[in-house]
Ligand binder design. Sequence first.
Ligand SMILES: [Zn+2]
Length: 45
Amino acid sequence: MGQKIIKCSQCEEEFETGFDYRMHWEVHLDAYFNQIQKETPKSQE
Ligand SMILES: [Zn+2]
């Protein structure tokens, strides 16, 4: 049983390796960019 040493800063999940953490982070990245696109007003046209 490995110890979970990396805790996600965006949620309560913990991971044993940086790889697992990175793969998990894509979930947050998708939400993050979707949020930015919604909040960013149309600039140049
Ligand atoms: Zn997370």
